[in-house]
Each structure stands twice: as structure tokens, then as C-alpha cells.
Design a protein around this ligand. Structure first.
Ligand code: PHE
Length: 502
């Protein structure tokens, strides 16, 4: 097709529309249009898009073409009547609609004046018009539609004027494409365009042996194609998957737990006192229905004791009366530490090496850096000889594998760990430090009541803010807006490529 179109253009030496080219080479307009794209990409032609307005008579225009313009008919009536007529009888002769249009145009053109008379208002002929340009246009269009350039130049204004009157003309806009040969095309040797290329090896070519002689078309693997938006993982799921892969590679197993959790696991088992500010309604979503759940009975006395006086942990506890009813309240878990502590209570012997990447909820007002529903990365390691240094090493290794090479630690505080720290990473491109995760060794007040005798290294932190940094975004809501343009714009395996895993 390209060769056919190119040949036609080269022979003509002048621009051709798609339609003209299609006619010349005996093919359909769609194929010519497609070929024109290829030719343009190769710099062999320029394509100019033109808009043409095509005028034809509208509903009113057809009537005017037969009966005359309303204002002209009015003038005729006035002439017949000797130059003057009452408005009422004009209205009767022309009909209400034509009368109103006629009066207004005849006045605007200065043909008539309206005067008061004892018998009522009269119209008086002031000037007798000759043939109008508008009438010539109506005659022309009565023969058939015309584009503006097919209408004589001195009638064009009249045509546009008519088009502005309601329902007089219909205007169609037609786009045409003009292909113009470039110098590059004109310089191409003719033989190149003559040569027929075969795109399909057929049974006939094989049977007749013609395949030996014909020239096969080469595949152009660099040819432009329409973009294909194949299905792929959402960028946030991509990160979650990567986090899973890294933990699994580091020897961890994944655990999951309920989204609706007992305050007992979310707070009490973690030695968070019942008057702790994080437990308030404005930070935590509590369930209205059902309001409360059942406590793990065996654990109630040791947890109560550790909160009240420290029990046998060596701690003095918080020194208040612990309420089982408060611990029974149901909430949307505010951190995945609820899930790890639940798991620990059932797995009290080393080795334990588990992680989770899961959803949590906080009563936050949504803005560019806050969401009420988001994800945390969490994990614990219990072993006979694990130390705080192991914890720092693990965390550093994990984030290194995510491509964050400059990880540092600073002291921190959590009610359930001692010592506690926080990891931060330096973002080279942003020249800022990013808070990654909180961590520490579970306090005896947490582990002893559960019957755990070994050290438990624990950590937990947000996923979305990390995702923001990795995807170089500045609004956390981007992950949840379902903006297809953005989702499509992130190449698949973007993170792995960025980190250099693939
Ligand atoms: N749960 C803490 C948070 O939500 C993180 C943390 C987990 C800290 C485990 C220490 C140990 O920020």
C-alpha cells in the first residue's frame, strides 16, 4: 500500500487527498490513510489536515428558496398595496412567524419604517431592494450543497449571514487530508516503488515455485504500533509483592491476622496502658456492632497483673486497675503488631521468623501524606541468641534489598519494646531522610505473660510513604485514586528495574 500511494504521489508531483489517492490506485480510503501514517513516519510525505465547511439548505432555507426571503415577501406585499399597509393585515397575509422575521429584517436593512396611524401601526416602504446576494446563495444551494470555496467570493459573506439565521442553512464540517510528497520521496528511485513485495507465503507460491523469484517483505521490528495497555499489577501491589519476595529470600514466612481485632491484642498484650492516648476514639476506629469480643481466658490474669504491678517480670507495671471490659472492645487494628503478638502467643518457642504486609486503620483525616486505611510492613524474629545488633542488621539488609543503601538508626520509644529504635534512609534525589520503620526488643512485660522465654526482635512501619519515595510521587492518595493514566504510566516491574533486580 505504501508503495502504491508513494508512487501515485511521485507521479502526480502534487498533493493528493486520501480520497483522490484511493480512487487513483483503486483501493479503499482507510488503507490509504493507514499507509499515509507509515509514509509520514518515514519522512516521505507531509500530511496536512484541512477543514471544509459544506453548506446546504436547512428546513427554513428550503421554504425561502421556493417562496422568497420573508423580508422580500413583505416588500412585495407593500408594493402591491401601494407602499403602505397596516401591520395587522401584513400579519394576516404572511402568517405570524414569517411576519415577525420579515419585519425585523426589513427594518434592519432599512427598507421599511413603522409608523403610527389612526388605524393602528403601519409599515411604509422606504427603499425598494434589488436582488440580494442572499437570494443568489439560496438559488445556488437549491441546486445542491456547496463548500465555501465553491461559492463565488462576492456571495460568501451573504452565505455566512444566512447560516447565522436559525434553520436556514445546514453546515457540515468535513476534514480532508492532503498528502504532499517530500523531497525525500521525490528523490527515491522509481524501481524501488515498482518492486512488488510479498508479505505472505502462500500454498500457491510454494506449489508453483514462484517463491524462488518473489521478494519477501522484511519485518520491521522498529515500526511504530499503537500502545498496548496490557494488564499488570497495580504499583502498590507491585511493592507489596517485592516486600514479600525479599522477606521470603531472607528466610521469613508470612503471617496474616484479622482486620477486626480485640483491643486486648492491639494494645493490652503489648503493655499499652488503658489510658494511653493512642487508644482514644480519635486515633482508633472502634466497632459499634458487635462492640465486644471474647478474651483468650488463660491470658487475662497474667496481662492484668503485668499492667497493674508488673507481676513477676521485675517491672512495677503501670499502677492502675486493669479492666477486662476495656480489653474486650473490638477495633480495626491500628498496627500489624496486633497480628505478630497474636501469633507469638501461639508460637512460644524459637525459632520464629515471620513477617506480614497488611492493612491497618487509623482515624486520620485524609491528605497528601495521611490515609485512614493503609499498609504496614511488620516482622519478628525469636531465637536463642538474637541481639539488638541482629535487629539492626536485618532491617538494614531488608531496606538495602529494596534499593535504599543509606540506612541509619536513631533511638526511639514504643511502650512494648526496649531498647527501641527507628530506621531512616537518605534519599539522594530528594536530599532528605525518610522515616522507614520502628523497632525494638519486646519488653519482658510483653513476652513473659505469654510464657515466652527468649528475646523477640520486632519491627513495623508504613508501606505507603516508602512507596511514595520509590515511585517518586508527592501525594499518597495517588495509590488509591484509580487514575488509569497514572497506573498505565508506571512500567511493569518498574521497582525491580529501578533496584536493578531485573
Ligand atoms: N507498631 C509500631 C507502629 O505502628 C511499629 C513497631 C512494631 C515498633 C514493632 C516496634 C516494634 O509504628
Amino acid at each position: 500500500m505504501e508503495k502504491h500511494v508513494a508512487k501515485a504521489l511521485k507521479e502526480r508531483k502534487s498533493p493528493l487527498s486520501f480520497e483522490e489517492a484511493a480512487e487513483l490506485i483503486g483501493r479503499d480510503v482507510g488503507s490509504v490513510a493507514k499507509a499515509s501514517l507509515w509514509l509520514r513516519n518515514k519522512g516521505l510525505i507531509d500530511v496536512e489536515e484541512r477543514e471544509r465547511k459544506i453548506f446546504s439548505l436547512g428546513e427554513e432555507g428550503k421554504i425561502y428558496a421556493e417562496q422568497g426571503l420573508p423580508e422580500k415577501r413583505l416588500v412585495e406585499e407593500l408594493e402591491k398595496a401601494g407602499g403602505e399597509l397596516e401591520l395587522d393585515s401584513l400579519r394576516e397575509k404572511l402568517g405570524e412567524k414569517t411576519f415577525r422575521i420579515a419585519i425585523s429584517w426589513a427594518k434592519r436593512r432599512g427598507w421599511i419604517s413603522i409608523e403610527k396611524a389612526p388605524r393602528g401601526a403601519v409599515a411604509r416602504l422606504v427603499e425598494k431592494p434589488g436582488e440580494l446576494a442572499e437570494e443568489k446563495v439560496l438559488k445556488l444551494l437549491a441546486e445542491g450543497e456547496r463548500s465555501l470555496d465553491e461559492i463565488p467570493e462576492d456571495l460568501r459573506d451573504a452565505c455566512l449571514e444566512l447560516a447565522s439565521r436559525p434553520k436556514v442553512l445546514e453546515v457540515k464540517i468535513v476534514r480532508t487530508h492532503l498528502m504532499k510528497p517530500t523531497e525525500k520521496l521525490m528523490a527515491l528511485p522509481d524501481e524501488l516503488l515498482e518492486e512488488e513485495e510479498v508479505t505472505k507465503l502462500t500454498r500457491e507460491l510454494l506449489a508453483t515455485g514462484k517463491w524462488r523469484k518473489v521478494k519477501f517483505r522484511k519485518f520491521d521490528i522498529r515500526a511504530p504500533t499503537p500502545p498496548v495497555f496490557a494488564s499488570k499489577r497495580h504499583p502498590l501491589r507491585e511493592l507489596i509483592k517485592l516486600v514479600r519476595e525479599i522477606f521470603v529470600e531472607m528466610g521469613f514466612e508470612e503471617i496474616r491476622g484479622p482486620l477486626v481485632e480485640l483491643a486486648f491484642w492491639n494494645f493490652d498484650a503489648l503493655f499499652q496502658p488503658q489510658d494511653h492516648p493512642a487508644r482514644e476514639m480519635h486515633d482508633t476506629f472502634y466497632l459499634a456492632e458487635p462492640e465486644k469480643g471474647e478474651l483468650p481466658r488463660k491470658l487475662v490474669p497474667p496481662i492484668k497483673r503485668v499492667h497493674e504491678d508488673g507481676g513477676d517480670t521485675g517491672s512495677t507495671g503501670w499502677g492502675y486497675r486493669w479492666s477486662a471490659e476495656e480489653a474486650r472492645r473490638l477495633l480495626l487494628r491500628t498496627h500489624t503488631t496486633a497480628t505478630t503478638i497474636r501469633y507469638l502467643a501461639e508460637h512460644r518457642d524459637p525459632p520464629v521468623k515471620v513477617f506480614s504486609v497488611d492493612r491497618i486503620y487509623r482515624n486520620e483525616r485524609t491528605d497528601w501524606k495521611h490515609l485512614a486505611e493503609f499498609h504496614q510492613i511488620e516482622g519478628i524474629v525469636m531465637g536463642e541468641n538474637v541481639s539488638f545488633r541482629d535487629l539492626l542488621g536485618l532491617i538494614k539488609e531488608f531496606y538495602n534489598r529494596l534499593g535504599l543503601k543509606n540506612v541509619k538508626f536513631r533511638p526511639s520509644y514504643f511502650p512494648y519494646t526496649e531498647p527501641s529504635a527507628e530506621a531512616v534512609a537518605y534519599l539522594e534525589d530528594k536530599k532528605t531522610w525518610l522515616e522507614l520503620i520502628g523497632m525494638g526488643i519486646f519488653r519482658p512485660e510483653v513476652t513473659r505473660p505469654l510464657g515466652i522465654k527468649h528475646r523477640v526482635l520486632a519491627w513495623g512501619g508504613g508501606l505507603e510513604r516508602l512507596a511514595l519515595a520509590l515511585y517518586d510521587l508527592d501525594d499518597i492518595r495517588t495509590f488509591y485514586n484509580n487514575d488509569l493514566n497514572w497506573i498505565r504510566s508506571v512500567p511493569s516491574a518498574f521497582l525491580k528495574k529501578k533496584i536493578g533486580i531485573v
